[in-house]
Each structure stands twice: as structure tokens, then as C-alpha cells.
Design a protein around this ligand. Structure first.
Ligand code: GLU
Length: 380
């Protein structure tokens, strides 16, 4: 086995936007199918500490199916698709209400967000979900996210919240993803099968060797085993998000991580904002061009968003969320960005002030033509 590059785990206080994924097995008592309230309150206490420090927190919570199946009296074991959809419909209500109540005890507002695979994979829907999350965070609310299991069929579902949480983390440009699990990290082999399995505290990079260490099994209530956690790690770390797997079988699990409790860190060398910008700059085919005036180019270079007022000419055929090229008065490319309006609306509002958007379009649209987070400038 190659000697891993020594790397020390980062401090929890270094992060400013954290996604915390909670598995069903931690949240729901398998014998009675009820939420473990005392444990959840201890986790929410940790969330409140992060929140009070100014950190943005998003929760990805499983447990809808586990809760609903008890209410509906389904027997143990795998469920048919329509039964798990029915169970999720029943359980999600209780799940969201409990999160809202317990976060409310800490004076934190919760917002429920249910996502499907296409919300994270299709660009327009992705941008929509992303701006909802951003707005909730601006308002200092904690989004409580789950897969929309009631409409997700086998072909179009994540099925496990580990990968969903990783996509949420990249979508929200989080710098840390915490997977709270029934195991305290990655071992050289599945510890239940191999008594000599050694715990790995830091994974600097996910290699084939690391992938081989993950066994396949998940527990009875949760769908993801270590394999889906490693998949989540690949999604997160390639987008500039660090990931940590820690045990949730303790009270105050986040405080335990901060105090050096056993866990496995998956490190990234990227930075989430830079990773997103390089995706915008390189990976997308531009569908149009916005020609900007001098003032807009200067404002962009100072880090501002592009407002309709600074756009002189619009070319191409694009939809909201498509990539467009931004050109200065001399025709040179200034950068690229994801445009917030389709071409018809862009033509109507170009050169006009933000205050006029509602009158011109009949709807209250976004103030920016291209938001600065959705923009990659040529020379930065
Ligand atoms: N979305 C499922 C639920 O809330 C859980 C998926 C998972 O366990 O990863 O019941």
C-alpha cells in the first residue's frame, strides 16, 4: 500500500458554509419508527453554535420513508416503489415539522426543500434550486433538504442522500460536507468483516485504492453504504468541497468533530467558487453574446454583477441559465457567465435600469442580467 501523503485535518472553524447530512438510521429509532428527539436536539444545538458564528448551514435529512412506513404499518424489509413513495409522503410531513420545531427552539427558521435528480442535473432547474437555497441562506434560514421521493421513480432518483448531499454542497458552493453516519469514517476494509481493519483519518485524494476499501453494505434503514459515501466524496472534492464522515451515534456529533473525535476527512485542493468559475469558463458552450459598455466592464472587474443597464447589444438565441460571452466595447471577450434572462427578455431590458424590469416584463425578475457568482472573467 502506498504511503498516504501526510495531511492534517482542517479545523471546523475554518468553514463558512456547511452541509450536514443526517442518515435515517441516526434519526429514526428502528424499533418504534420514531424520531430520536434528544439526539436531534443535540445536533441542532451544534447547528445553532455554527449559525451564531455566522456560518451558513444546510441540512440534508433522510428519514421520510423510515418514519412513514411505521405509520402505514408496512413490514420490515425492502418496499415496492409505490409503497416507499407513499411512506415518504407520510413521513416527510413529520420529518419537516420536527426539524422546524427543534430549529425553532434555537430561534432558527427552517425551510423545506425537496429535490429530484433533474433539479440538480438540468441547468435551468439547477439554477432555480440554487437561487432558492442562496436566498434562504441570505435570510439566515436553514434549508432542510430531502429527495422528493414521492415523485422520484427508480430511473430518475438519487435513491441515497449521500450523493444528493454532495450535489447540494456543490450547488450551494459549500466549503464543507459533513456526512453523519453509523460508522466513524473509512477503514482499510469493512470493520464488521475484518477485525484488522484500520481507521483512516485523512484521505488527501480519492484513489482506486481508497475506493476498493469501501464495502457495499448499508444498514437496514439507510440506503447508502460506504460506497455511496466515497461517490459523494468524489462529487464534493472535485468541486472544491471538503468532506468529513463522522459517527452520529454520539450526542453533539459536530462538536465531537471539532474536538478531534474520530472521523475521516476527504480533502480537496480546489476552492468551491474557483471550481464553479472554471466550469462556467470552460465546460459550457456559449449560446449568445452580450456587448457591454465601458462602465459595465469596469464594474465587473471590480467584482460587481452585470446589470441590464450596462448591456448595449444582445446576440444569439439563449434561454435563462445558458452560458453567454461577455464582450467589451472593443469587441474583446471580457468573460463568460450564466445569463438570468432568455434572449427575448434580455433584448427588452438591455440598457434599462433595474427598477424598470417589472414594468418592461410584467414580472419582477432578477436585478442582475448575470450575477457575479455566475460569471468568470478572463483575467482574474
Ligand atoms: N430520501 C430517503 C428518505 O428520506 C432516504 C435516502 C437515504 O437513506 O439515503 O427516507
Amino acid at each position: 500500500m502506498a504511503t498516504p501523503v501526510p495531511a492534517s485535518p482542517p479545523a471546523l472553524t475554518d468553514f463558512r458554509r456547511i452541509v450536514i447530512k443526517v442518515g435515517s438510521a441516526l434519526l429514526v429509532d428502528s424499533a418504534h419508527g420514531r424520531i430520536k428527539l434528544a439526539w436531534l436536539a443535540s445536533l441542532v444545538e451544534d447547528i445553532a453554535t455554527l449559525h451564531a458564528r455566522g456560518c451558513d448551514v444546510l441540512v440534508v435529512s433522510s428519514g421520510a420513508v423510515a418514519l412513514g412506513r411505521t405509520v402505514l404499518g408496512f413490514p420490515k424489509g425492502p418496499l415496492k416503489l409505490e409503497d416507499s413513495q407513499a411512506a415518504a409522503a407520510v413521513g416527510q410531513i413529520a420529518l419537516a415539522r420536527t426539524w422546524a420545531q427543534i430549529l425553532g427552539h434555537e430561534s432558527i427558521t427552517a425551510g423545506q426543500v425537496l429535490l429530484t435528480l433533474s433539479d440538480t442535473e438540468e441547468r435551468r432547474r439547477y439554477l432555480n434550486a440554487r437561487s432558492t437555497l442562496a436566498r434562504l441562506l441570505d435570510l439566515r434560514a436553514v434549508p432542510v433538504i430531502n429527495e422528493n421521493d414521492t415523485v422520484a421513480t427508480n430511473e430518475i432518483r438519487y435513491g441515497d442522500n449521500d450523493r444528493l448531499a454532495a450535489r447540494v454542497a456543490t450547488m450551494a458552493s459549500a466549503d464543507l460536507l459533513v456526512l453523519l453516519s453509523d460508522i466513524d469514517g473509512l477503514y482499510t476494509a469493512p470493520p464488521a468483516q475484518d477485525p484488522d481493519a484500520a481507521h483512516i483519518p485523512v484521505v488527501p485524494r480519492i484513489t482506486a485504492e481508497i475506493e476498493a476499501m469501501a464495502g457495499a453494505a448499508g444498514s437496514e434503514l439507510s440506503r447508502g453504504g460506504m460506497r455511496t459515501k466515497i461517490e459523494a466524496g468524489k462529487i464534493a472534492t472535485s468541486a472544491g468541497t471538503h468532506m468529513v464522515i463522522a459517527s452520529g451515534h454520539v450526542k453533539n456529533p459536530i462538536r465531537q468533530i471539532r474536538e478531534g473525535g474520530r472521523c475521516t476527512w476527504f480533502l480537496t485542493s480546489a476552492n468551491p467558487v474557483r471550481a464553479r468559475k472554471s466550469w462556467i469558463a470552460g465546460a459550457l458552450e456559449a449560446r449568445g453574446t452580450l456587448h457591454l459598455d465601458e462602465g459595465a466592464v469596469a464594474a465587473l472587474r471590480r467584482g460587481a454583477s452585470l446589470l441590464p443597464a450596462g448591456v448595449k447589444k444582445v446576440e444569439g438565441s439563449f434561454d435563462r441559465g445558458d452560458a453567454v460571452i461577455l464582450r467589451g466595447p472593443d469587441g474583446g471577450e471580457v468573460g463568460r457567465g450564466l445569463v438570468a434572462y432568455d434572449v427575448t427578455h434580455a433584448l427588452r431590458i438591455m440598457g434599462r435600469s433595474t427598477a424598470e424590469i417589472e414594468t418592461l416584463l410584467g414580472v419582477k425578475g432578477r436585478s442582475e442580467m448575470v450575477h457575479r457568482d455566475d460569471m468568470a472573467l478572463g483575467v482574474e
